[in-house]
Design a protein around this ligand. Structure first.
Ligand code: G6P
Ligand code: ZN
Length: 543
């Protein structure tokens, strides 16, 4: 087999965002594009000579081709072994688990998460470090640096490697080990949760639906929920992963998983329903007649995790991203837990989890997880919910009511303005940034601003500083608005407006969120002039 050194030149824009490098699939398919980025990863981690890596992806279009390229480049770089999910498939949490369990030097995950898949949709590549988590900023900065200086990459010339058969093969001197993507992950879940209690709940007539959205969690959910826990066949919907996710948008929220939401709001609602995203790290939790916001889900899990065997000794602490509602903070105060506020991006939880400062983490963007891996984990959240319901015997609706009665309710919604002109969006943020110091004391839609600042984070473990992480305006009485530009989009800019209000008056715990938040929404628009600046009547997506 011949090892080739291919001359190349830096390609602009290969800067990893919130979660690795995400681009249009056709961009990734351009000559040298993927190769340049992979070579830059190798450079950033000091090469792959003698190393063991994990490789897998969510099965989207180009996943199979990219896997072959990455394997050839790993072999050319002298890697000792690459552990690959069968068919180059691994959910993101399963990849994180394998990286940790097999004590590897990290791994590469091929996914654009919840973004659509297909030749005209999105693709992505992300490097995870040996702790199983997304590379922290110093590593992603080094990767970017390297992309700007490349002159060549190394690749082995070979036939495609068979990734459909379990077992070991060789690629040059490197071992390619093809593993079942589900088995180790399912075993980990069985350690954390009381599978017998959940199975008894289901055997007792409790019904559930899990929407895999034609994405990677199908096989995982079928193996665990149907085969192991006894949910009726067909409880897992859209269970066969497809390269274009059935033409859908594999994002588990009330917009993109609307059929599931309609189901739980209708006459044939199951007791419990959930969905996950393209690569299996996000989750949406529903009950009969109820949608649980991700922020509330995190709070409920924090308050009840001790009911599951894996968390029976209690939590070391909890963490949430800054724009996530402060519902979990109330649980932390009541239970005497440390509570951390980090920038958006799961990578910021890594140090807290590694240092044993936090056990549970979550984000408003439908991510919840714990220290069992270093990624958020969709099915894990589903199983923890089921474990809690099995122990308490409560419905999802009763669980929420009990929770709000004890801790109060943080009404919450997020408004997204998508595909905005980049300069216009940046202009809006810059304009607002300079006005922040003047806001305190001013009244918008009847709400007086108490505090306004730009969020920055000092990591308490490694001391690293992350600036420019979102503009926040806090009102007297506990309402809050956060303005932020998304770091995961692939088209123009997405402005996210996160809206929250806290209520503990027992008579006001059961309002429709849009009613409860109406004046906070109006205040946000007045403060930032969103409608006038963007020319849009309202958000494209409301979650
Ligand atoms: C990905 C990341 C999350 C992040 C989310 C939204 O799912 O893994 O950590 O919260 O994207 O990020 P964005 O920058 O688009 O708001
Ligand atoms: Zn995802």
């Amino acid at each position: 087999m011949e090892q080739l050194t291919v001359a190349t030149t830096p390609i602009e824009g290969q800067k990893p965002g919130t979660s690795g490098l995400r681009k249009k699939t056709r961009v990734f398919m351009q000559p040298h594009y993927l190769e340049n980025f992979v070579q830059a990863i190798w450079t950033a981690i000091g090469g792959v000579q003698g190393k063991t890596l994990v490789l897998g992806g969510d099965g989207r279009y180009f996943n199979d081709r990219a896997a072959q390229v990455i394997l050839r480049m790993a072999a050319a770089g002298g890697a000792a072994r690459v552990i690959v999910g069968q068919g180059a498939i691994l959910s993101t949490p399963a990849a994180s688990n394998l990286i940790r369990q097999r004590q590897t030097d990290g791994g590469i995950i091929m996914s654009a998460s919840h973004n659509p898949g297909g030749i005209d949709a999105d693709f992505g590549v992300k490097f995870n470090t040996p702790n199983g988590g997304p590379a922290p900023e110093d590593v992603t900065n080094r990767i970017y640096e390297a992309t700007t200086k490349l002159t060549a990459y190394e690749i082995l010339e070979s036939q495609d490697i068979d990734l459909s058969t379990l077992g070991e093969t060789r690629l040059g001197d490197m071992v390619v080990e093809v593993v079942d993507p589900v088995v180790d992950y399912a075993a980990l879940m069985e350690q954390l949760f009381d599978f017998d209690a959940i199975a008894r709940l289901i055997a007792g007539g409790f019904t559930l639906r899990f929407d895999a959205m034609h994405a990677v969690t199908g096989p995982y959910a079928k193996a665990i929920l149907e085969d192991r826990l006894g949910a009726a066949p067909g409880s897992v919907m859209n269970a066969t992963p497809q390269p274009d996710f059935g033409g859908g948008h594999p994002d588990p929220n009330p917009i993109w998983a609307k059929p599931l939401v309609d189901l739980v709001m209708g006459p044939d609602a199951p007791d419990f329903a959930a969905a996950s995203d393209g690569d299996g790290d996000r989750n949406m939790i529903l009950g009969r007649g109820v949608y649980v916001t991700p922020s509330d889900s995190l709070a409920v899990l924090a308050a009840n995790a001790h009911l599951a065997p894996g968390y029976a000794d209690g939590l070391k602490g909890v963490a949430r991203s800054m724009p996530t509602s402060r519902a979990v903070d109330r649980v932390a105060v009541a239970r005497g837990l440390d509570c951390y506020e980090t920038p958006t991006g799961w990578k910021f939880f890594g140090n807290l989890l590694d240092a044993g400062r936090a056990t549970l983490c979550g984000e408003e963007s439908a991510g919840t997880g714990s220290d069992h891996v270093r990624e958020k984990d969709g099915l894990w959240a589903v199983l923890l919910w089921l474990n809690i319901l099995a122990v308490t015997g409560r419905s999802v609706a009763e669980t929420m009511q009990t929770h709000w009665a004890e801790f109060g309710r943080n009404y919450y919604t997020r408004h997204d303005y998508e595909a905005l002109d980049k300069q216009l969006a940046e202009g809006l943020m810059n304009g607002l940034r300079v006005r922040l110091p003047d806001l305190p004391g001013q009244v918008f839609a009847g709400r007086r601003v108490a505090q306004a600042d730009e969020f920055a984070y000092d990591d308490p473990v490694d001391g690293s500083h992350s600036a420019g992480q979102g503009l926040r305006v806090v009102f007297e009485g506990g309402a809050r608005v956060v303005f932020r530009l998304s770091g995961t989009g692939t088209e123009g800019a997405t402005l996210r407006v996160y809206l929250e209000d806290f209520v503990d008056d027992p008579a006001r715990l059961d309002m429709a969120p849009e009613t409860a938040l109406a004046d906070v929404v109006a205040a946000a628009d007045q403060i930032a002039g969103i409608r006038t600046t963007t020319g849009r009547d309202g958000p494209d997506v409301t979650t």
